[in-house]
Design a protein around this ligand. Structure first.
Ligand code: ADP
Ligand code: MG
Length: 270
């Protein structure tokens, strides 16, 4: 296993408050890695550290071959002001700013990349709409398209599937797997256990990294109890006692993969 990213003794503090306690982790190159944990467990903080947006207070994060690694970061769309007076095409075009500069001219390659990203996310017909005119799922697809318009080796997405309608979730799930098949390492945060189980690699957080590795080694009853407090079973489904996300989600099949599935007891490895 070649690590794309590794961290040792990483902590993040804001004043006296600890956003991420001392954490070690590794993320394999070419994997789809899921950061999972309850609300406030440090998922976005860890993603920000990996992206270089936040400096760790202690410890270090190493991006393999950092000088040559290109990174895209897709923010959680609910954290972006939907009232921004910009169109879909303009938001996606911002994905090219790192190359063109803010006032730089778009060339044919830039325009082709923007067009292709909108097509892949099925939003090319929305190009001239304003963000405020879109559904939550469409808006999330716009931000993923902005990420795709950049060329990258590391793609970071903060809760890209949370609360989305099924077509949007499927479009994003497809693209995540396409990016992986093109050699990209994809890191996504979620609080959906089934999403984590479908990933190649999982990092479980609860204020710090509790465990990392393949899903069946990380998502054990013991680790999950440590992260979520207690688990309880109702009608054959396992619920995490995360008060913010207590609802169960229905099972949807998509090709070989399942997204947003419910869990039954046999899914838990102990
Ligand atoms: P998650 O993404 O798992 O919900 P976060 O990484 O956003 O969790 O937050 C982890 C903890 O750090 C939370 O307690 C949160 O309130 C705190 N935190 C995050 N960002 C900041 C910040 N900029 N200033 C102060 N505290 C923060
Ligand atoms: Mg978060």
């Amino acid at each position: 296993m070649t690590p794309a990213v590794s961290g040792r003794g990483v902590t993040v503090k804001y004043g006296q408050s600890v956003a991420l306690g001392s954490s070690d982790f590794v993320i394999p190159t070419g994997s789809i890695t899921t950061l999972i944990g309850p609300n406030g467990s440090g998922k976005s903080t860890l993603l920000n550290v990996i992206a270089g947006l936040v400096d760790p207070t202690t410890g270090s994060v190493v991006i393999e071959d950092e000088g040559r690694t290109r990174l895209s970061y897709v923010l959680q769309s609910t954290k972006v002001n939907e009232a921004l007076p910009v169109t879909v095409a303009e938001v996606v075009a911002m994905g090219r700013y790192s190359r063109t500069g803010l006032l730089g001219r778009m060339n044919r390659d830039d325009r082709a990349a923007i067009e292709a990203a909108m097509k892949r996310m099925g939003i090319d017909n929305l190009a001239s709409r304003h963000l405020s005119e879109l559904s939550g799922g469409q808006r999330q697809r716009v931000f993923v398209a902005q990420g795709l318009a950049q060329q990258h080796d590391l793609l970071l997405l903060d809760e890209p599937l949370t609360g989305l309608d099924l077509p949007s979730a499927q479009a994003i799930d497809d693209v995540i797997h396409d990016e992986q098949s093109h050699g990209c390492t994809v890191i996504i945060t979620t609080h959906d256990l089934a999403e984590a189980q479908a990933a190649d690699w999982v990092i479980l957080l609860a204020g710090s990294v509790i465990a990392y590795g393949p899903p069946d080694e990380v998502l054990t009853q013991e680790h999950l109890s440590a992260a979520y407090g207690s688990l309880h079973v109702e009608g054959g489904q396992v619920f995490l006692d995360d008060p913010a996300h207590r609802t169960s989600v229905s099972r949807h099949h998509h090709g070989e993969r399942q997204i947003h599935t419910e869990m039954d007891r046999s899914d838990l490895h102990d």
